[in-house]
Design a protein around this ligand. Sequence first.
Ligand code: ADP
Ligand code: ZN
Ligand code: ZN
Length: 802
Amino acid sequence: MNIAKVIVDVPASAIDQTFDYLVPEKFKDIASVGMRVIVPFGPRKVMGFIVGERESSMISKLKPLHDILDLQPVLTKELLTLGKWLAEQTISLQITTFQAMLPQVLKATYKKELVRMAESPLSDELETFFAGRDVVAYEEFMASSIPYLRLSEAVQDGDVAIEYIVKSRITKKYQTMIKPKKELHELEEVHLDLAKNAKKQKQMLSFFIQYPEPIEKQRLLRQLKTTDHTIHALKKKGCLESYQIEVYRDPYQDREFPATEALPLTNQQAAAIKPMKEKVKNGEHDVFLLHGITGSGKTEIYLQVIQDVIAKGKEAIMLVPEISLTPQMVKRFKGRFGSNVAVMHSALSAGEKYDEWRRIYRKEVQVVVGARSAIFAPFENIGVIIIDEEHESTYKQEDHPRYHARDVAIYRGKAHQCPVILGSATPMLESYARARKGVYQLVTLNERTNKKELPPVEIIDMRKELHAGNRTMFSRALKQAIEQCLQKGEQMVLLLNRRGYSTFVMCRECGHVKECPHCDIALTFHKRHHKLKCHYCSYEEPMPVQCPECQSDSIRYFGTGTQRVEEALAQLIPEARVIRMDVDTTRRKGSHEKLLTQFANKQADILLGTQMIAKGLDFENVTLVGVLTADSMLHLPDFRSSEKTFQILTQVSGRAGRHELAGRVIVQAYTPEHYSIELASHYDYTAFYQKEMIMRKNFQYPPYFFLALITITHPNQVKVIQITQQIVNMLAKAVKRETIILGPTPSPIPRIKDRYRYQCMIKYRNEPDLRKYLHKIVDYFAEQIRKDGVFISIDLQPYHLM
Ligand code: ADP
Ligand code: ZN
Ligand code: ZN
């Protein structure tokens, strides 16, 4: 390569373009598209990616590349194209999409070392360079005259490894191995010649004469109860040599995964899997929406489709929500595919993630199971992409680039001509609508594999409890059910349905919730001004002292923590052993898993928690599910709140009675008549879908309208409002008449870290050029973004409206 086209890491959108750099002689042989480089940019040196090459350039005095960070490309051509597309789609910089595809370790420039791996000799140049050392600083190589190609070849052959030093912690893990360097009879001679008092050396030599195989150094030292000195002395005599081998840090290595076989499928499963297998067989793209109730055997279908993909020599990407990446899920994949599986989730350390990524990169595995970012797995021959619990909001990245894993999956599915399977018991409304229209293929499973009915759901009206004088958070029915459950030695799951920061206002007498007259969204209580505000349209009113419906003065703002529930529970039923699971108790690495294991081992009777306990868990002994306040999420300022309520109630109900023991669900609510609660209690997804679609149509929300949210932040409030207004005006001129532009409105969280936040919401049906307008807006403000610290964030198809 003579001239490299480079995307540089400079955070301003006006420079989302490539820059040409001269490739110095020493890099000519190895420079390729997809490698990370360091280039001079103005007075600085910045990181970048080579995205193309040129034979010649118009510019006469090109600056040379400073350094190449990789000896092999870290991004494939497909991923580079994907990154470009994704940057356009999400209005982000290409550099951010490229970085989003890589593990943390490869996102920055770390100091490097060269580690000698092989026992076999290296090329003469490298042999001289290493000069008997195992580890050498990369800088030393850069200063040497050895061609990079030599090093690149040695790395390719596995003779030398490049190690990144992350915060002085080694990213790869090595073991030092010791082995004899001489023939047996020579060792025996040395043994004889050794001085009498050199006992330790004699002992070590005898050991190698008996077992002339390589052995891990620490083991050797332990076994012979000696120190490095002995090895050193024998190395000096030319009897022993040492070398490094790489060991992967496998976070699951010390666990057993009993092997499992494919189960004979039920008739429903067989019918569902047939068209998927067909697509895999023919290497054709299609998108399936697998709508199957909890326990209907969706995971078994995924496993068997992947089986086919592996048999064809292709690769599979399996996405699950972060919180479902429990040992239970991992066990099912490792049990079926053994070491052919890489697992990627956020609880891994940077080094562990990098190891898993490399196993994929080197094609040492054919399956990756992971959270959102695993969608960028550097496979080159993908046979299927599966997204389980496709309705989960964790598939949307809330940071630049604001991509949705589903869109990336479909893009890659087309590129690789392979099927994409979206699975859920409660598909996202948008997905189900697409399936009904025939854009996706709808496949339905409506029976559990064990032929058991879904557990019956009782709804308890908490207003009646209050009238009966019960002021605790537990209804009489739930209290009784908990006691019965304890008596039988069975276990239960208690869900406190709460998320977000907002508090809404509700009347404890009649369940009335204050909503915005224009938006059908609960108003949010702002403590500081003692006002109720709408987050969508800026409507506001004073906090009422009386309920406008029933005139009672029991109108309160709501918000309960798991800790308070735990305390109340301890008072009510002191003998119950409780495990509390929420953000506070699971902050430490591995604690989530530990708590679940304790519960599985029956060290507690009650698992009490937030959303994170609603999904994916499968405990034999759980027979009761209780939901404390089903409506607390219903009134968040979010047009998806009914959908989310329906989803979580359905999910958590599915935790009860999955095996032999029959299950039971008790749902407490202040507005039990709300359709999302009522329909969830019958597991009636279709009726919910129909009802909710009417609401969405009336209030002009997805899937009838697309949304785009622009948030502007700056420390100066006046400036923020001005810019937001300017953006609103610019858009108003460009878009179609029927497109709705709302704003400027303060964001639901109007100030974060001393920066004011305003937003503008676009609701549109068809704006093919919207992305172009948005790009233009960002370009227009480029100067203020760069110099003035103005921040403009654009979120297409937003999930969080904060
Ligand atoms: P889902 O993912 O839809 O919730 P799972 O795949 O977890 O359902 O299946 C629920 C239970 O049924 C699991 O314990 C699983 O092992 C079992 N199962 C799945 N398919 C079959 C089958 N064909 N025959 C017997 N048991 C099955
Ligand atoms: Zn009231
Ligand atoms: Zn409103």
